[in-house]
Design a protein around this ligand. Structure first.
Ligand code: FA5
Length: 347
């Protein structure tokens, strides 16, 4: 067969071979076999020595043309195989690059925090200043100094978490209310000095159902001065309740008992779920209790070395989650701590 014929055969058979390769390695091997130093084209051109002078330029031209054609076919196949390899790698990763990107969520205030901020703002406008106290308290501050001696039945009502860890001395508790801060702050008072504070903070009780959480927030209020009256307490709380719930929401002051106040009251707000008819949320009472309050007990003044004949005062303790439940009509207190976006995004 003449060289020209052999070149034609190569030009016919090589392209289907190139197209049939399935991997980049296979393609590279074929390139070497066709166009490499010891490849088919070089082999064919070795026969040039025997051809006539007229035929030689024709063969040279054809050989160059075929070489360019085969190189183009090899390059094209290489691009196809690289694209296929990339695609299968992506499938292996199970990454769908056509999916829309994840939305960046904007942060929002948690409803408990929002309510806490609003409560603080209301009382600051009324002239109360902000104080804080420790979460871990001694038995003395949490109970004793607040006129709740050992074996007093009120201790049982508090469902206390006692701390007994080995390195903390026994007698420490997770505070069950913010009232111990009353004692810390009154201990610092000079005779004749007045005190008007609110104390926000976390409190802990071994208690859990739709309206009770083991860790919740309270805001304590304390006003100590000469001639503080129960009327002032009622006026302050009534103003606060109107700001929080609007003038139309039904509220009631109900006589109650706290060892550290005398007389004492609790404030209830009409249940939003049943509008006062009675349901599982309000335990069939029609009301949700949000705060306890009263006039500071004379024994409490005595425990901080203040003379109960010289000073008077009122105190109150608000449950922040309960207020948030009423404001936003939330029927289960556990929703506040479940961190479910569907719940949190509504506020
Ligand atoms: C007290 O804690 C008193 N220290 C309040 C007080 C302060 C009275 C000063 C007088 C003077 P009580 O246990 O009722 O009181 O709790 C106060 C409020 O906290 C309740 O009205 C309720 O709104 C909220 N609360 C009580 N227990 C829980 C709980 N487990 N989960 C959520 N909120 C609660």
């Amino acid at each position: 067969m003449s060289i020209l014929n052999t070149l034609d055969t190569l030009a016919d058979t090589a392209p289907p071979q190139i197209q049939a390769t399935t991997t980049l390695q296979e393609l590279e091997d074929l390139r070497v076999q066709l166009l490499g130093k010891k490849g088919q084209l070089t082999d064919i051109l070795k026969g040039m020595a025997t051809v006539s002078n007229e035929e030689r330029p024709l063969i040279g031209q054809k050989a160059n043309h075929i070489k360019t054609q085969l190189q183009d076919a090899l390059d094209q196949r290489k691009t196809q195989l690289e694209a296929a390899a990339w695609e299968s790698e992506l499938q292996g990763d199970q990454t769908d690059i056509t999916l829309p990107s994840r939305r960046t969520r904007l942060g929002k205030r948690h409803p408990t925090n929002q309510t806490l901020q609003d409560v603080i703002a209301c009382f600051t406008r009324l002239g109360f200043s902000l104080k804080e106290g420790p979460d871990i308290e001694t038995d003395y501050y949490n109970f004793e100094a607040l006129n709740i001696p050992e074996h007093h039945p009120a201790r049982a009502m508090h469902d206390t978490f006692y701390l007994n860890t080995g390195y903390l001395t026994t007698g420490h508790v997770l505070r069950t209310h913010t009232s111990p801060v009353q004692i810390h702050e009154m201990e610092k008072l000079e005779p004749g000095q007045a005190l008007k504070i609110i104390v926000p903070g976390k409190v802990y009780r071994c208690d859990a159902d739709v309206t009770h959480s083991p860790c919740f927030h309270q805001v304590e209020g304390l006003y100590v001065d000469k001639n503080v009256s129960f009327a002032q307490l009622k006026g302050t709380l009534s103003h606060f309740l109107k700001e929080m719930f609007g003038a139309k929401r039904q509220v009631r002051f109900r006589p109650s008992y706290f060892p550290f106040t005398e007389p004492s009251t609790e404030v209830d707000v009409a249940c939003f779920k049943c509008s006062g008819k009675g349901c599982n949320l309000c335990k069939q009472t029609g009301w949700l209790e949000i705060l306890g309050a009263g006039m500071v007990n004379r024994n409490v003044f005595r425990s901080v070395k203040l003379d109960p004949d010289q000073v008077t005062g009122f105190a109150f303790g608000l449950g922040i989650e309960r207020i948030a439940m009423l404001r936003y009509e939330i029927n289960d207190i556990r929703l506040f701590t479940e961190n479910d976006y569907r719940f949190l995004e509504q506020f």
